[in-house]
Design a protein around this ligand. Structure first.
Ligand code: GLN
Length: 485
């Protein structure tokens, strides 16, 4: 069995036909991690025993001829800021290196009850702050397409694990692009769901008005199935949407007629000189493919796009500074010595946090401080409304918006580490979506879907609130059309 080529439905069929067992699949996946992961650094923690135990249960289900759920036996990787009871959740930070979760995140509970096999916890930028994986307090994950390049971030390890076949699907988290950007750099499908579509209960918070758990996979249908399993209302998350339930069948049934009837908007503010030639070429080719299906395209304008990054870098650190206040080394994680209290806080936080969280905590405290609050935070909230309104207006004349996911392909290690601003700029096309709470998906363009080919380029589709089905539908048609041509 070629782990990199497996999909949820192919595994389901093989398990039912007894071509291999869930234990064999899990063992092979664990073996692949043992073989390759010291080079690629996708995992921080592998759950050998628990994974094999879940696989045994699935095999018993099959042996009893009981109904096998679609996700039964499917190897999943989880970003290390998503809680799994009794297992570490470091969020990529030294301050949480000794922490063990005392409960399952709702998304994890749902995956477990759908029969998924949780393989392990994946590497990430510290507290999900970063766009390259280089801010992990432990080690950097490497891009399987070119190990001298970053896999993107902050969900770096989740993207690498799925690309290598060390998991079939993975969950990451999105605050400003942390699933779409690594999906784009690694050649995967990554879906940032509408704010409120997936419960964040058990996700270590970064910036709560922006955060969402988000799935990665190698195919659109696998992303749809993972999203189906973990989405839906949860009373434990006050921002969870009451009557939303996503059905992967909507994607399966998304017809050619539905596709032909779409008008896709191309926002002129996203097609800027900073986009590399290769990226532009791949985006043009994706547009041409969709046009061959008679999809209509229309130029649109999202005039406040240029303020999105500045707005994000005020709102996000403000929320970070408040969310990260709880990590004092007393309730969670490492306690560095004893009294006096003030000194202990200083030492725990000083030694426990890396550079990037410190930078953002300082920024956040500054923009929230008396005298500056109105000038920065309040102003940024107003700009956020304008950015959201831009999208609302655009969606009056188009159904979906298409842009590059990132201006460039995966960059080299070290290239942007000395200049945080240039790192922040790699999120320029993803951040506006989080500010507006919209769903968006990144799918790989034609020429870089397989390892060993060119460096991947991601195409981003942005949709109306809770219209994930259309985004996944378009991506599915694109994927099918290029696999036959
Ligand atoms: N790269 C962005 C940042 O560093 C987004 C992070 C994320 O989505 N978690 O803030």
């Amino acid at each position: 069995m070629q782990l990199k080529d497996l999909s949820i439905s192919s595994i389901h069929t093989s398990l039912l036909k007894k071509e291999y067992s869930a234990v064999e699949l899990t063992t092979q996946t664990l073996h692949a991690i043992k073989e390759k992961d010291s080079e690629y650094g996708a995992y921080l923690h592998v759950m050998n025993e628990d994974a094999l135990k879940s696989a045994q249960e699935i095999d018993l289900t099959i042996a009893r001829n009981d109904d096998l759920p679609l996700l039964g036996g499917i190897p999943f990787a989880l970003k290390d800021n998503i809680l799994v009871v009794n297992h570490p959740a470091t969020a990529g930070s030294k301050i949480l290196k000794d922490y063990r979760a005392s409960y399952d995140a709702t998304a994890v509970r749902k995956l477990k009850s759908a029969g998924a096999v949780i393989i392990g916890k994946t590497n990430m930028d510290e507290f999900a702050m970063g766009s390259s994986g280089e801010n992990s307090a432990f080690f950097s994950a490497k891009n399987p397409h070119d190990v001298t390049r970053v896999p993107g971030g902050s969900s770096s390890g989740s993207a690498v694990a799925v690309t290598l076949g060390e998991a079939v699907c993975a969950l990451g988290s999105e605050t400003g692009g942390s699933v779409r950007q690594p999906a784009s750099f690694c050649g995967l499908v990554g879906l940032k769901p509408t704010y409120g579509a997936i419960s964040r209960y058990g996700l270590i918070a970064m910036a709560s008005s922006l955060d969402q758990i988000a799935p990665f996979a190698r195919t659109t249908m696998d992303v749809a199935l993972a999203f189906e399993a973990i989405s839906g209302y949860d009373s434990l998350d006050g921002t969870s949407k009451k009557d939303f339930k996503f059905h992967a069948k909507e994607v399966k049934d998304f017809s050619l007629d539905a596709l032909c009837g779409l008008t896709i908007g191309l926002p002129k503010e996203y097609f800027i000189p900073g986009i590399t030639k290769e990226t532009q070429k791949e985006i043009d080719s994706a547009i041409a493919t969709l046009k061959s299906f008679k999809v209509k395209f229309k130029e649109i304008s999202l005039p406040h796009t240029e303020y999105a990054l500045s707005c994000y870098y005020i709102i996000m650190p403000a929320e970070v500074s408040s969310n990260l206040a709880r990590f004092d080394g007393i309730r969670y994680g490492t306690r560095g010595g004893s009294a006096p209290l003030g000194e202990m806080y200083q030492r725990n936080r000083g030694e426990g946090f890396g550079k990037e969280p410190k930078r953002r905590i300082l920024l956040g405290n500054y923009v929230l401080s008396a005298g500056y609050y109105d000038a920065y935070y309040l102003q940024a909230q107003k700009v956020r409304s304008l950015i959201t309104e831009d999208f609302t207006k655009a969606f009056k004349s188009v159904d979906v918006i298409l842009t590059p996911t990132t201006p460039t392909q995966a960059f080299k290690f070290g290239e942007k580490m000395k200049d945080p601003l240039s790192m922040y700029l790699s999120d320029i096309f993803t951040v506006p979506v989080n500010l507006a709470g919209l769903p968006a998906l990144s799918f790989p363009s034609r020429s870089a879907r397989k390892l060993g080919g060119a460096l991947p380029v991601g195409v981003q589709l942005i949709g109306k609130h809770f219209d994930e089905a259309t985004l996944l539908g378009v991506s599915k048609w694109y994927e099918e059309s290029i696999s036959v041509s």
